[in-house]
Design a binder for this molecule. Structure first.
Ligand code: NAD
Ligand code: MN
Length: 360
């Protein structure tokens, strides 16, 4: 029986509120299925930690995290600390140093979610390049404060990095029986980096003749996400385009409470990290009313990554059951349930499902 060591990083704002529900569900799964062996260790690296120590995490944080099989992350962001500090001192080092160069973001309409697209068969994934692109720390500012002030921010698109993202997208499509991959581009205006992106994606596509490559300019693609979201199967995008498309995709399937993500290190030489697409939601933090589904779903992606796709599938079924029953709904779903009540309802549904499976 393989034991999986999980590093838990709740972070800021609603992060700890939703992470505790995900851990609650995982602890229950452990009880119900003795073949699932998970060990959790929680780290308090956050804005609070920064205010006390002057850094988001200790100097040996990456050394520490390296020893875990996966990282379950909540969200960070706190108005007392600049957002670029929280992002660049915590999330980015983990994503970049652990070669989590794929950010996989399912966009799936769950049963029972009130949305204008309710009942439509929306089920696709966004494969976001997660290591380079527009989110490179390259550039600078000259003449601060002067009239002549200038800022330069470089976008770094590499043949190798783009090929890895494209290959992942096509492999994913092939493995899941999908017929198309859609690439987000803007090579009509951003002519150096995005033309290289297009060239590389096209070259990779040639190795997968049974899968169709569609390429759209990002602005048009944003409109198609709203006009015909059921047409997409796998969308591959650069770091910034993938980030923006993810929030848009989540709006289509019911909001940020329904968007999980997996920062994957496909080679497995470092741990992968699982977190919702949403941030720390300071407007609702501390009220106990955040929707924990994106976080619980992220935990399901983690189990899938750890080889337990069976349990991940039951978790999604349990989430859908609670949504369809509609008795327990957080305010983003028009209800008045708390984060914890939603987590408990999902736990109960999960328990029922697993006990039925075992024939009790
Ligand atoms: P956000 O995702 O935190 O919130 C956007 C809106 O969605 C808010 O109205 C919020 O209340 C709502 N929302 C988000 N998650 C929800 C949930 N689970 N249930 C119900 N409603 C939910 O984005 P923002 O407001 O742009 O950013 C807030 C902070 O989060 C900033 O400091 C930002 O830097 C940070 N952030 C962090 C991450 C991360 O940790 N990976 C990602 C995005 C933003
Ligand atoms: Mn984002």
């Amino acid at each position: 029986m393989a034991s999986h060591r999980i590093a838990v990083l709740p972070g800021d704002g609603i992060g700890p509120e939703v992470v505790s529900e995900a851990v609650k569900v995982l602890e229950l799964l452990k009880k119900l299925d003795p073949s699932l062996d998970l060990e959790f260790e929680t780290f308090d690296w956050s804005s609070e930690y920064y205010l006390q120590h002057g850094k988001m995490m200790p100097d040996n944080a990456l050394e520490t995290l390296k020893k875990y099989d996966a990282i379950l992350f909540g969200a960070i962001g706190d108005k007392r600390v600049p957002d670029d500090v929280t992002v660049w001192e915590l999330i980015m080092p983990i994503r970049k140093q652990f070669r989590q160069y794929i950010n996989l973001r399912p966009v799936k309409m769950l049963k029972g979610v009130p949305s204008r697209f309710e009942g439509e068969d929306i089920d696709f994934v966004i494969v976001r390049e997660n290591a380079e692109g527009e989110y490179s720390n390259s550039g600078g500012r000259l003449y601060p404060g002067l009239e002549e002030e200038v800022a330069v921010q470089n976008t770094i698109i590499t043949r190798i990095g783009t090929a890895k993202a494209a290959k992942f997208a096509f492999e994913y499509a092939q493995k899941h029986g999908k017929k198309s991959v859609t690439s987000a581009t803007k090579s009509n205006a951003i002519i150096h980096s995005m033309k290289l992106w297009d060239d590389v994606v096209r070259t990779v596509a040639e190795q997968y003749p049974s899968i169709k490559l569609d390429s759209y300019y990002i602005d048009a693609l944003a409109a198609y996400f709203v006009e015909r979201p059921d047409d997409f199967e796998v969308v591959v995008a650069s770091n910034l385009f993938g980030d923006i498309l993810s929030d848009l995709g989540s709006a289509v399937v019911g909001g940020l409470g329904f968007s999980p993500s997996a920062n994957l290190n496909p080679e497995g030489d470092f741990p992968s990290m699982f977190e919702p697409v949403h941030g720390s939601a300071p407007d609702i933090a501390g009220k106990g009313i955040a929707n924990p589904i994106a976080q619980i779903w992220s935990a399901a992606l983690m189990l899938e990554h750890l080889g337990r796709a069976d349990l991940a599938a039951v978790m999604i079924e349990a989430i859908e059951q609670v949504l369809v029953e509609g008795e327990v709904r957080t305010p983003d779903l028009g209800g008045s349930a708390t984060t914890s009540e939603m987590g408990s309802a999902i736990s109960e549904a999960l328990q029922q499902k697993l006990l039925v499976k075992e024939g009790f």
